[in-house]
Design a protein around this ligand. Structure first.
Ligand code: LMR
Length: 393
């Protein structure tokens, strides 16, 4: 039977990660997959996480099932982190998920069950894995213009123009902060305008919030979702502990549902629970339990926040250093846009051939659309990187 299956095309980002690992060159540079790296190119376990894991191993006295929506204390903590301490939690529910991608998928399945083959509008460009996830949930994907590559900024008028034509009840996928792949975020005024449009035209906002804490800090990065929750009756958020707790392989995250009132919130969570039970039954526990231990212990919480702050500050500095190195070589400010962008990514104006040349001749790994992982920029080797990029341009 398997003989009749077509060859599969590997995932562009994950395949690049595999190629990088297999590359024997010692001076190779990984600007590909979205994983935080320190100055030595390593992704160590965060200090607070290491301590929480030890505590977990020492104190956990059962591995009995938890349930489809996972741990209640974890869900309460992640609601507080994303929606803020003053949020109206009567109308908010969360289900622990298998990472941010797992949250995207279960929310998409829930929306498909509710709406049939509904339209979901995604930014052009967006994280490539949004396509297989929403296709698998049988939603109909439509692009809305987002990034003006010529001027390296959000094309807000075009975005609003297209979303203004969406049908009542359509779903709009929004990157709550640190847009992946461009790093170009909306201003608060622009977020207000999008929220108004969703309210007036009855569009359903669905946030992907995978990078909270990597842009302007934990509180500021959640401004968009908190504002939407204030002005709209319903929304959904897929959030993740992969990046801000560095728990990538543990697969911890949450699907957060904001409803009109407590009754509707319970109804929505009940349906989400059925989606989960019929899929993988219940989420993995270790990463979520570890996250909760970090958040609930004041000392570990502080250690974690300090480390997260220093990761963010380092990425901000790398943005400036890289733009500076490119300014010197190009005698222009054409790369300065990178400084003002947020989070882990920016996009370089490179062709497929140039990206391929960087990989084959210099061991520099960049995603095929020109996306670079800012945390992968080499502190000590910025000149070599800038020379190589200018060499292929
Ligand atoms: C990325 O965008 O590189 C990360 O979110 C990793 C992934 O799963 O693609």
């Amino acid at each position: 039977m398997f003989r009749s299956l077509p060859e599969s095309k590997p995932d562009a980002i994950l395949n690049l990660m595999t190629q990088f690992r297999a590359d024997p060159r010692t001076d190779k540079m990984d600007l590909g997959v979205g994983i935080y790296k320190d100055a030595n190119g390593n992704t160590p376990v965060m200090h607070a996480v290491k301590r929480a894991e030890k505590k977990l191993v020492d104190t956990q006295d059962t591995k009995a099932y938890v349930g489809p929506v996972g741990s209640r204390p974890f869900c309460d903590s992640i609601i507080a982190q994303v929606m803020g301490k003053d949020a109206d939690t009567d109308r908010i529910r969360a289900a622990q998920s298998a990472g941010g991608t797992g949250a995207l998928r279960i929310i998409a399945d829930l929306l498909k069950n509710l709406r049939g083959k509904a339209n979901i509008w995604v930014s052009d460009p967006t994280w490539p894995n949004h396509f297989p996830v929403f296709n698998a949930a049988q939603l109909n994907i439509e692009p809305y213009p987002y990034y003006d590559a010529q001027n390296s900024r959000v094309d807000f008028d075009a975005m609003m123009g297209t979303l203004g034509k969406a049908n009542k009840g359509d779903i709009v996928l929004l990157h709550g902060c640190c847009h992946n792949p461009t790093g170009a975020d909306l201003s608060q005024d622009q977020w207000r305008a999008v929220a108004e449009l969703c309210k007036t035209n009855q569009l359903f906002p669905f946030f992907d919030l995978a990078y909270q804490g990597f842009g302007d800090g934990l509180e500021n990065d959640a401004w968009s979702v908190r504002h939407f929750a204030q002005v709209l009756p319903e929304l959904a958020i897929a959030t993740s502990c992969s990046k801000n707790l560095g728990l990538y392989r543990e697969r911890a995250g949450a699907a957060i549902l904001v409803a009109e009132d407590a009754d509707n919130a319970d109804r929505a969570l009940g349906q989400l629970s059925i989606v989960i039970r019929s899929n993988y039954s219940m989420p993995p526990d270790h990463g979520a339990n570890t996250s909760h231990l970090v958040w609930s212990d004041p000392e570990l919480n502080k250690v974690w926040r300090d480390e997260l702050d220093s990761m963010r500050e380092r990425m901000t500095r790398l943005r400036s250093d890289f733009a500076e190195a490119m300014r010197k070589r190009s005698n222009s400010d054409q790369f300065d846009y990178i400084i003002g962008q947020k989070g882990m990514f920016s996009r370089l104006p490179l062709s497929t051939d140039q990206i391929e040349k960087l990989r084959s001749e210099h061991g520099i790994y960049i995603v095929g659309d020109g996306r670079i992982n800012i945390a992968g920029l080499p502190d000590a080797n910025m000149d070599a990187l800038a020379d190589a990029i200018m060499g292929v341009i």
